[in-house]
Ligand binder design. Structure first.
Ligand SMILES: NC(=O)c1ccc[n+]([C@@H]2O[C@H](COP(=O)([O-])OP(=O)(O)OC[C@H]3O[C@@H](n4cnc5c(N)ncnc54)[C@H](OP(=O)(O)O)[C@@H]3O)[C@@H](O)[C@H]2O)c1
Length: 277
């Protein structure tokens, strides 16, 4: 459905905080590249207002949303339908307008793999993989990581019960070993993926020493200033390569764009432009 305002479909990213979001620039770049007319805003919404706001935005004619911190799991419970991957993740980063509500999808896992494997050239298959953090973003990437058939997939988090619950829920798709950060003592990994939000506050939790195997790669879902604490830890821990999540941000946006418009945009020039800025 075309929204009010001259037939241009309206989209937005919703979260809290949201002012820092690069999504409006990314979707403007895709729109320019594909010649599709659209508007794309960044809208702040508090957790307690989420349900009422989603209904109001549906009434206003919005065509779709990206969902970010801290709403991914809460939004999943408010959707009228979920894609298979969003249902498995119990987390949503993309909303598609439906007749009576919002259909939820999750493009984070596909976005991660498109960047990690295709752009950065990092294999997951047969590697010992550690995911740090068990929030909405982690939930979205775990099943796609399992599908790559790592030698081992360990999920570690500050709150100890979340990895247990997620590992049980995803058991039909493969084995995830739940852990606390402290319990990682003695483990070694070829690939560490950071899905914690702690970097936004400039901090980083204490992790056991010796977690990185020789030639280990560290990938951070965070980017910009929020990437700095993980980059420092990875450098001190002897990582052979460290990547931030800017490429994933653009790749997951491209997959969302394809869900809304039926066209998968080219990403490399958009990533390059954001890095240059
Ligand atoms: N590049 C991309 O495309 C992309 C996509 C999605 C997300 N992200 C980034 O991924 C990160 C996580 O997002 P999310 O949506 O999963 O957030 P979330 O649902 O709020 O989860 C936050 C996670 O960080 C952990 N955490 C927060 N503060 C911590 C601290 N002080 N010490 C240890 N752990 C802490 C939480 O642990 P507890 O469970 O113990 O609270 C939880 O596991 C964010 O930085 C986000 O920007 C990037």
């Amino acid at each position: 459905m075309a929204a009010r305002g001259g037939g241009v479909k309206r989209f937005a990213v919703i979260g809290q905080p949201i002012a820092h979001s690069l999504s409006p620039r990314i979707h403007a770049g895709f729109a320019e590249q594909t010649g599709i007319a659209l508007s794309y805003d960044a809208l702040a919404v508090a957790p307690e207002d989420l349900g009422a706001q989603l209904a109001a935005w549906h009434d206003e004619g919005y065509a779709g949303f990206n969902v970010t911190l801290p709403h991914k799991t809460a939004v999943a419970a408010l959707c009228t339908g979920l894609s298979e991957r969003a249902r498995v993740a119990e987390a949503v980063n993309t909303l598609i307008r439906g007749e009576g509500g919002w259909e939820g999808d999750n493009t984070d896992g596909e976005g991660l793999l498109r960047d990690l494997v295709d752009n950065c050239g990092v294999a997951v298959a047969d590697r010992r993989v550690l995911v740090l953090g068990a929030g909405g973003a982690a939930r979205g990437i775990l099943q796609p990581l399992l599908a790559e058939e790592p030698a081992e997939l360990v999920l570690s988090n500050r709150s100890p019960w979340k990895p247990e619950t997620i590992a049980d829920a995803l058991a039909p798709y493969g084995r995830i070993r739940p852990a606390t950060h402290m319990a990682l003592k003695g483990d070694r990994f070829d690939l560490v993926i950071n899905a914690m939000s702690v970097g936004h506050g400039g901090g980083f939790p204490r992790l056991p020493e010796g977690l990185l195997a020789d030639d280990a790669v560290v990938y951070d879902l965070s980017y910009g200033e929020a990437h700095a604490p993980l980059a420092r830890w990875a450098g001190d821990a002897g990582a052979s390569a460290v990547f931030d999540g800017l490429g994933m941000l653009v790749e997951q946006a491209a997959v969302s764009f394809e869900r809304w418009h039926g066209v998968l945009p080219v990403t490399d020039n958009v990533i390059a432009r954001l890095r240059a800025a």
